[in-house]
Write a protein of this length. Structure first.
Length: 135
């Protein structure tokens, strides 16, 4: 779920994979896009009203959270597909997998523990800064 701006940003991040170095340009942009998208969605999913509603569902909230992590992983792989088509490598696939899975898992876990996506967003921004600063 997102706005037109989110969709445009996703398309731009995917297109960057065609033209720029994945590790130093495309993957930090992907990480930043996922960081804001995942934390916004986690905040929506973990509100008290939604949690009370999901209690009536025939499956546990953990299944929904697992779907959230899977969605983050698949979004990362989908947005990295142009880079993988141009320069297929296990390193690019590994980075895309680690970014998607790691960011989604960290986001949902911290949002569940803190009942706020702010902590997850702040800590992920620090991780993102470390990621772009590493050689």
């Amino acid at each position: 779920v997102g706005s037109r701006l989110d969709l445009l940003c996703g398309i731009l991040v995917a297109l960057v994979g065609f033209f720029a170095d994945y590790r130093h340009v495309a993957s930090p942009l992907l990480f930043l896009l996922l960081l804001f998208g995942l934390t916004a969605q986690a905040a929506r999913e973990e509100t008290i009203g939604i949690l009370a509603l999901t209690v009536t569902a025939p499956f546990s909230p953990w299944r929904r959270r697992a779907a959230f992590v899977t969605g983050g992983l698949l979004a990362s792989l989908l947005l990295s597909l142009p880079a993988l088509l141009i320069h297929p490598s296990l390193r690019t696939l590994g980075l895309a997998t680690a970014i998607g899975f790691g960011a989604a898992l960290f986001t949902i876990a911290l949002t569940v523990l803190s009942r706020s996506a702010f902590a997850a967003r702040l800590l992920l921004l620090l991780v993102w800064y470390g990621y772009i600063s590493a050689h």
